[in-house]
Design a protein around this ligand. Structure first.
Ligand code: ADP
Ligand code: MG
Length: 269
């Protein structure tokens, strides 16, 4: 006979609970009297495969938040946990390993290594993780192909357009099949049309590989592709907007204007 469960037994951790959880994060740069309070108490949970756009004025704390979530910077107070494990409790080596295997990064301008061809740039995270060279190159080649870069594998970054170089950076972020992709204004240095294409490629590939995407953007249309949009104001989350519907189709193409939900007649106004 099994003992009855006490009514106050804690609920088991939800199987699809957040992969990343930030609690009461603060970040102060420098020390008094010249300290900057970049984050003033941020709570955020990121579920597996979820897409989040972070918007807000320059200096509002977007990059700082991204760096804390990714374990690149340590918070002044508060915690970031990865699948329930506090990043601060990990050794530097374990945090580096976590970043290499579970996180992918795309920066404003790709930060590709100029002397390496696209293929090796894209393969870099695998090579750094000690994956066999020919396997690394094969996976990188496949990823470049998925991003429309077949045939350009041997070009160096200087021989690629801005949009192509950013696609190589996306391939590099995705090649290790990460759980979360962090992108900090990834289209900020591109013209509007190219930026749109690159952002769509990023959104699609994150979706296809099942990775969560956390993207800092100034483009409200890009935010429409993400399930949640968080607005930062002066170190705090000042607004959260949920984008509906969040089906694959809705995530891969801009959603219809709101009037269409009111029926065909509503759209004609
Ligand atoms: P955003 O990405 O939204 O522009 P940041 O997170 O880069 O904002 O910066 C938030 C605030 O922290 C700003 O006031 C910025 O000047 C300051 N800041 C960012 N990085 C540093 C740093 N390394 N040292 C001192 N202050 C910093
Ligand atoms: Mg920034």
């Amino acid at each position: 006979m099994t003992a009855p469960q006490p009514p106050f037994a804690p609920a088991p951790e939800a199987p699809f609970g957040p992969v990343l959880r930030a609690n009461a994060l603060t970040k102060i740069y420098g020390s008094a009297p010249v300290e900057t309070h970049a984050l003033k108490g941020v709570d955020l949970q990121i579920a597996a495969g979820e897409s989040i756009a972070i918007m807000g004025h320059s200096g509002s704390g977007k990059t700082t938040l991204l760096h804390l979530l990714a374990g690149v910077l340590a918070p002044t107070s508060g915690t970031v946990s990865w699948r329930g494990r506090d990043l601060a409790s990990m050794s530097d080596a374990d945090r580096t390993k976590l970043r290499r295997s579970e996180f992918g990064f795309v920066f404003q301008s790709g930060q590709l290594l100029p002397e390496l061809p696209a293929l090796e740039n894209a393969a870099l995270p695998l090579l750094l993780a000690g994956i066999d060279r020919s396997m690394s190159m094969q996976l990188a080649r496949e990823q470049l192909g998925r991003l429309g870069l077949a045939g350009l594998e041997q070009r160096r970054p200087g021989e690629l357009s801005g949009g192509q170089a950013q696609r190589v950076a996306i391939a590099r972020a995705l090649v290790s099949d990460p759980e979360v992709i962090f992108a900090d204004e990834p289209t900020g240095a591109l013209d509007q049309a190219t930026g749109w294409d690159v952002m769509r490629a990023l959104k699609e590939s994150a979706y296809i590989c099942g990775a969560a995407l956390v993207v800092v953007t100034h483009n409200p249309e890009v935010a429409h592709w993400c399930a949640r949009t968080i607005t930062m104001t002066d170190g705090r989350i000042s607004n959260v907007a949920v984008q509906q519907p969040t089906s694959l189709e809705a995530q891969l193409v801009p959603p219809p204007p709101p009037a269409i939900f009111g029926g065909v007649g509503g759209a004609a106004r």
